[in-house]
Design a protein around this ligand. Structure first.
Ligand code: FES
Ligand code: FES
Length: 133
């Protein structure tokens, strides 16, 4: 088995799948390497991620990384969620095969895009917080 138990767990039983109807931050990103797509929905209150859901048209590694990434940012302040790296996500899953490492970038980027969307909706320039996406 080239996938860790944690990857298989999050792939077969992904957490936080779906969409949030009244999300106030939504981010959609595509993976240039494979064409897969991910959409991230955030419900943000008091600068904290109260709820998060995702949908992906992507591979198993994309599903597993997004699933664990949503668990890692739920209930966290935006500043902390913005620090989540794809490396940390991969470590939390006990690793990914090298050929699947690029899949973990989708979750990190989708979270950043959703937070940028939140700031934009508030009339705030997201660049100082999120950087260039
Ligand atoms: Fe579709 Fe591998 S790329 S099954
Ligand atoms: Fe596209 Fe994994 S192969 S995200």
């Amino acid at each position: 088995m080239i996938y860790s138990e944690k990857v298989m767990d999050h792939y077969t039983n992904p957490r936080n799948v779906g969409e949030i109807k009244d999300a106030n931050g939504v981010g959609e990103v595509g993976n240039a390497k494979c064409g897969d797509i991910m959409k991230m929905y955030l419900k943000i209150e008091d600068n904290t991620i109260k709820d998060v859901k995702f949908k992906t048209f992507g591979c198993g590694a994309a599903i597993a990384t997004s699933s664990i990434a949503t668990e890692m940012i739920k209930g966290k302040p935006l500043s902390e969620a913005l620090k989540l790296t794809n490396k940390a996500v991969v470590e939390a899953l006990d690793g990914l095969p090298p050929a699947k490492l690029h899949c973990s970038v989708l979750a990190e980027q989708a979270i950043k895009a959703a937070i940028a969307d939140y700031y934009t909706r508030q009339g705030i320039d997201p660049t100082p917080f999120v950087g260039e996406i």
